[in-house]
Design a protein around this ligand. Sequence first.
Ligand code: ADP
Ligand code: ASP
Ligand code: MG
Length: 403
Amino acid sequence: MTLIVQKYGGTSVGTLERIRAVAERVAAARAKGNDVVAVVSAMSGETNRLLGLGKELAKLPAEREMDSLVATGEQVSAALLAIALTELGVKARSLVGHQTRIFTDGVYTKARIRSIDVETFRATIADGIVPVVAGFQGVDQHGNITTLGRGGSDTTGVAIAAALKADVCEIYTDVEGMFTTDPNICKEAKKLDRITFEEMLELASLGAKVLQLRSVEIAMKYGIPIHVRSSFSDATGTLVGADDDSLESVVVTGVACDKNEVKVTVRDLPDKPGVVARVFGVLAEENVSVDMIIQSESRGGKADLTFTVTHTDLMKTKDVAERVSKEIGAGAVQIEDNVAKVSIVGAGMRSHAGVAAKMFRLLAEQKVNIQAITTSEIRVSCLIDKAHADQVVRSLHKGFGLG
Ligand code: ADP
Ligand code: ASP
Ligand code: MG
């Protein structure tokens, strides 16, 4: 029998009407003789609403309590979907973190899955019951509720698919698949029939939403094919899978934009060994991941250090940076959140020269200043003023002939 894990995002379970539609889709897959595990996100807007409530009470609320708070969003949609399925005559049972026995490390707000107890799933499925899993959450070794980071239900879905050796993990969302760029920003964006794990990994890490980065890492490691598709239609979506030789490597596959980063600058850092290590060492201890990094040339024994972090980590980062700056005799800490990171990705970049140069030229033609650059073998990213982000996405999309 085929085992399908179906993960439904926030918009797909955004209203009771949508939840009924999802129930019908699950029922249809069952009726075709498949075993199904459903994984759900919170109803759209709910996670932000809950985060807002916590932040109204405290500037830096305890992360443990914030995880307990936001995990309830997924609990609600899982129970509602189980109710809707039962109404259709499909046996279903909602399961939250401690019931699914998805064990994570203890890093609140961005926990990583350590193990999944497959027996709970196997037994439920063997009884002819559809497990309806509250995504985004797990429990640590002490039984504390943890969450997997924004967009984390994707990771729940793929991790369950890997643990159960499912045939496919279907990710249902509000667009028809993975496009050459965000179709909500650029009308000319085209749906991709296929994309490699590697390219998807880059796009996910660059803010393309659709799939949380961790979920792609797991899919790639365990070879789980992912089918990204719409819960609003029956159209075939995008297949994310291993590189296959019949695929001609396209130079640029997609354009991504991340508006969720903030730029932090520590001024007048003493230019001597160990200083940069100290700043990033403390940030790492606080579980802050840093993305782009640039250090200016030293002037009179002092240099500026600029890096980016995600919005979620802003308050923590500011706190740490100010503390460390004082300790090592550096200057002021500046925060700028009017930045965006635009990126181009393509496996064919490996074998083509001049791709970065073309991107810089397209930015120059738009009179857009580049504040930081990072690259990998198959990607180039530039940090720019947020006000120009959408226009730059459209011009890169056109400039690289993706429309
Ligand atoms: P869900 O709530 O289903 O998890 P997400 O909001 O996480 O959905 O991801 C879907 C959104 O990702 C789309 O609505 C779209 O605006 C955005 N997006 C960004 N880049 C892309 C892309 N290259 N292709 C498709 N969608 C994209
Ligand atoms: N509800 C969570 C979020 O909004 C997880 C998810 O939707 O995947 O980030
Ligand atoms: Mg998502």
